[in-house]
Design a protein around this ligand. Sequence first.
Ligand code: SF4
Length: 337
Amino acid sequence: MKSSTLPAPAATGRPALEVEGLCVDLRTPSGTVRAVDGVGFSVRRGRTLALLGESGCGKSMTALSIVGLLDPMAEVTNGSVRVSGTDVLTLGEAGRRKLAGPVLSIVFQDALTALNPVQPVGRQLAEPFRIHRGLSRRRAAEEAVELMRRVGIPEPRLRARSYPHQFSGGMRQRLLIAMAVALDPDVLIADEPTTALDVTVQAQIMRLLRDLQTERDMALVLITHDLAVVAQRADDVVVMYAGNVVETGPVAEVFARPRHPYTKALLDSVPEHAVRGRPLPSVPGSPPELSAIPSGCVFQARCPMARDICVRERPRPVSAGAARTAACHFSEELDRA
Ligand code: SF4
């Protein structure tokens, strides 16, 4: 098993979420491939950690492993995931169900498919209160209305009787967030929570998530490919590429002085770095197929700094300053550039 270096703690006490050496294999028609390879990070209550990378880099697969919702074709083959001290990978179905809601929760990007289309939203929101808190039907319905009010649904008592398709995309996302935070989880994972929404609604949803996180002192894991969202909303960042963690650390420091060529390439690709009259820089090439991940550095085919050793040896994550790690043989050179 590959070891992963966890970012150094920024506060006292045990992190709410600790992921270490997580490996996920995927069965495909042409054989088994590794989709997540030795991923590790930790998040404390009240902090936001962003998992950043292009699509297909293993972010969502990491999230689904944590919450136990992996596709049957995927399997966790190594590593550990501790949520508030409990090793969730060793739990059976019943143990997982007990944790889902009061301890660990997830918000998906597609609210329409995540909500039950044939049940009024009030009844769906009341369910966690009945199942986990044993409230009566009436009390649970009251809690659901209160929750709808809290996440900004107008006329919640009336709207509790509506079905998911009768809400706008932004309002549906609010409902999904309400469901996820209903039982005050220690850890909330938000997987691209605003991707399908327009820019104004995106900002409102991100503000709602931040306010709820502060109110309920949750650890938030934000899965995104949006650098602006990371810069504005996250404390720490884990940059992933081809199923591997390539850089970790506090967002402000990583974005100001990236220590991995992939992070630097991502940052160079945003419009603020464009020079007038010259084409917009982008990360040249595309990530490797999971069936063709090279044995040396996973980024070698797209890296402008690649040398012989990069083809031969996979760089391990090593310290790159206080609370920072980078998996690059030449990260110090990048720091001096
Ligand atoms: S190890 Fe080599 S190929 Fe990989 S990111 Fe660093 S310089 Fe580039």
